[in-house]
Design a protein around this ligand. Sequence first.
Ligand code: UT7
Length: 304
Amino acid sequence: MAVPDGRLTNTDLERMLDTTDTWIVERTGIRERRVASPSDTAVTLGAAAGAAAIKDAGLTPGDIGLVLVATCTAPQVLPSAASLVQELLGLRCGALDVGAACAGFVYGLVAAAGMAGDQPVLLIGAETLTRITDPDDRGTRILFGDGAGAAVLGRPLDPTAGLLAWDLGCDGSAAPLLEVPVGDRYMRMEGGEVFRRAVRIVVESAAMALERAGLTPADVDVFVPHQANVRIIEAACSRLRIPMERAVVNLDRYGNTSAASVPIAMTEASEQGRLHKGDIVLLSGFGAGMTWASAVLRWDGEPA
Ligand code: UT7
């Protein structure tokens, strides 16, 4: 993972907006977010996370066969963020962006599984959401932060491990609920409606992916949900009957980093020793579109 050093706390926001630390913590669970410096972009943060993932996998850039970058905040319209990341990292492979908003990393995981050849795939989620958030809109400014996370994906040595099943979906009729129309600088969001739909689709999609894997929510050892609002995670866990202790929650420190939230949470879960060989890991994302994606993994833990 790679997050900027700059922090924006709830106390900072109290000075800028008609809001309070108490309201933000009670309604979202967020305490602070990271803000990219002017010289950083989704590409520089994504490349930093990608370089760390390649090193962690014991590989070099020449070993990577494909790079996918999930982002909705690419610094340029053309070329893709993946092209720019490829150049920064010195990769020589195919490069493609995944546009599925906050569900982008989980969508990318499924795409990677289908597109992979013999060489590993580098999958990155990278965002600078604070750049498209209206500084005067208390409904969105309190939520979003910047950062990147990445994973190197290879075929597991253990054939029973890896990606077991998934569920991908989209309801394009809900597009106006969260959008940045062409020509607009900042996002518009109907937060309450996004919230209500998010709880429902996370639950339905997770249940579908688990069923396809021949599993039930009781089998989930580690749940890594998109970090949008702790109340969404609590409601989804309660309806799925997954104990909250099994959910990875770090939005208190990063806010909603869109496509970067799942890989940042995965990185921290891994560093904290929460992922063990054989564990069933449920990943879940949802966002603008509205898109959603769930993936069920059996954790291998050994680099292939
Ligand atoms: O990645 C996916 C993208 N987005 C999401 O997942 C967002 C999902 N939605 C949410 O997380 C929540 O809907 C919000 C955090 C955005 C809002 O929380 P809420 O509990 O749905 O609040 P609300 O919009 O129903 O507003 C309740 C009250 C309103 O005041 P009145 O009309 O009751 O007088 C708002 O004006 O809270 C007010 N309010 C605030 N007050 C203090 C809204 N934002 C704030 C704020 N500080 N920042």
